[in-house]
Design a protein around this ligand. Structure first.
Ligand code: NAG
Ligand code: NAG
Ligand code: NAG
Length: 504
């Protein structure tokens, strides 16, 4: 969330009265005044016990919950509605997205969001710092509807906030909640250069009770980012997710929150601080990716942990993820696969061609690696360090929140790399086929440890996977390689692993 806003925050307009001020402040006063009178009278008439003072009654009336959802307190500015009787499984209609962007950046970042946004199905808004210019109008039907962020200049000046833009971003959580919360179970905040895999988000969130307090997010891949900002925060670009009661509590506390932390420079830190003040701690989810990296992230994407992929951030900051395409084309290419099956997206599946001593590592919907020797899963699960650290990389590791493999050229360690070319359904619609083609000639001699069986002649790999989505995460799938030595094609078929099957 940090590097986002190229444009400066708007300057003060003294006479500006936001919708929020007008609507809520006057309403709030009436509600407080009225409920105060009612409670006071009640305390006089109902309580004869001299030990029970009116003030005690007032305090306790605010703190006794009557159901799993927090009680609507009489002075709450945001009306409370949640049907706790809705026991239907969580679906996309229960998620609301708040995307923080800027007018300047939207011109070129719009394609990232439109690649995953489903008009009239995904709920939410893009929050812009200023009105869109003429060449963004009429507003694209494929974009999320936009709102202009509240002018909070008065507040940030009053508190001398060190980072007004960051305050604006945090305030966006309240603005989103104010805009839309009916039937919402989860509030997802993200950046305008993030790609979300919303079906996977639904599947993951459906496992949690949305009436409880949850603060989910992604940590940075770069250890020092977590150290500098916080290991206990969700990095906003990857997207952080608040359950309904938490989003509501945070929205209602927003003014006070921004007043408590005017000295924090990062939106994610302020958000975390205010959430922790509400008694809720951060729970990292490994499918949310901040991508605090530069360069070629194909190594990372080719060894994704066994967790549903939920987001990828910083598409502007890394090289296009498909080497033959630009960023926008790359995004669309990845989403092409996601349309067929999000559940398997980037999931790493490994099998061997024993006759040639080759290891196949498939990152579903993205890449295939062939190694010329048998390598264990425990090793292949580590990404090849094709990427660079975000910044200020110290001389010695550790750099990343995971182990890496060296990207140095080596006959046995360097894979033959294939990227997704095309994808479709088989004629009987039982399976999905995906074709991966070689990205470049490897230009290395054969690996002698594996018995010297060079794979240079393999040009294309066709991977077949079941049409049904696979949400179980306890164990990976297995696969079989079908390849005749000398053929420039190889087939890989996915299947469930057998009972006690060893992938080795
Ligand atoms: C939930 O169900 C209970 C009992 O069936 C009912 O009394 C209550 O009004 C329902 N609440 C809502 C919000 O529908
Ligand atoms: C999502 O769940 C709601 C109930 O909360 C239901 O009314 C709606 O039909 C569901 N939508 C889909 C697409 O299944
Ligand atoms: C595969 O590799 C093993 C161990 O390096 C070796 O003993 C074996 O001969 C190789 N098999 C073939 C077919 O080259």
């Amino acid at each position: 969330m940090l590097s986002l806003f190229a444009s400066k925050f708007n300057t003060v307009k003294e006479n500006f009265v936001s919708l929020f001020d007008k609507y809520f402040v006057s309403g709030l006063c009436k509600v407080v005044l009225f409920s105060g009178i009612v409670l006071y009278l009640a305390s006089i008439f109902l309580f004869k016990d001299p030990n029970c003072s009116p003030s005690e009654f007032l305090e306790s009336s605010n703190s006794i919950p009557t159901n799993p959802n927090p009680n609507p307190s009489p002075n709450s500015p945001i009306s409370h509605f949640i049907s706790s009787n809705d026991t239907n499984p969580t679906n996309l209609s229960h998620l609301v997205f708040g995307l923080l962007g800027s007018e300047k950046a939207w011109h070129y970042r719009k394609s990232y969001i439109e690649s995953w946004w489903r008009p009239k199905i995904t709920r939410g808004y893009l929050f812009l710092d200023e009105k869109p210019k003429w060449n963004l109008l009429p507003w694209s039907k494929n974009s999320p509807p936009y709102r202009i962020s509240d002018d909070i200049t008065k507040l940030v000046q009053e508190t001398q906030h060190v980072a007004p833009i960051m305050a604006r971003m945090v305030h966006g959580i309240m603005e989103l909640f104010r805009e839309e919360h009916e039937g919402v179970r989860w509030v997802v905040m993200g950046d305008d250069d993030s790609i979300f895999f919303v079906d996977n988000m639904v599947d993951v969130l459906a496992q949690y009770d949305h009436t409880q307090y949850y603060y989910f997010g992604g940590q940075s891949e770069y250890i020092l980012s977590n150290f500098w900002y916080s290991f206990s925060q969700g990095f906003g670009g990857a997207g952080f997710i608040l359950s309904y009661p938490l989003a509501k509590a945070l929205a209602e506390d927003m003014d006070s929150c921004l007043r408590r932390y005017p000295f924090l420079r990062s939106a994610d830190q302020i958000t975390m601080a205010c959430i922790v003040d509400l008694g809720v701690s951060f729970s990292p989810l490994k499918g949310l990716h901040q991508i605090d990296l530069h360069g070629d992230i194909s190594g990372l994407l080719s060894s994704h942990p066994k967790i549903p992929l939920m987001s990828l951030h910083h598409f502007d900051a890394v090289e296009p993820i498909f080497p033959s395409m630009n960023r926008i084309q790359s995004t669309k290419q990845l989403m092409k696969a996601a349309k067929f099956d999000q559940s398997r997206m980037l999931q790493q599946t490994i099998c061997y061609h024993k006759l040639s001593n080759w290891s196949f590592s498939i990152s579903w919907g993205y890449s295939v690696h062939i190694y010329e020797k048998i390598m264990p899963r425990s090793y292949l699960q580590y990404p090849i360090e094709t990427f660079e650290a975000w910044n200020n990389k110290p001389q010695n590791p550790p750099y990343y929140m995971f182990n890496t493999r060296s990207s140095a050229k080596d006959s046995c360690e360097t894979p033959h790399v294939f990227f997704l070319r095309s994808i479709g359904e088989t004629w009987n619609k039982n399976e999905i086929w995906a074709t991966y083609s070689r990205s470049a000639v490897r230009r290395l001699p054969g690996c002698s440890i594996g018995g010297n069986h060079p794979a240079n002649y393999v040009k294309r790999i066709q991977v077949y996977s079941p049409r049904t989505k696979r949400t179980r995460m306890d164990r990976c799938e297995c696969c079989d390689v079908i390849h005749t030595t000398g053929s420039n094609k190889a087939k890989v078929k996915f299947r469930e692993c057998f009972n006690k099957e060893k992938i080795a």
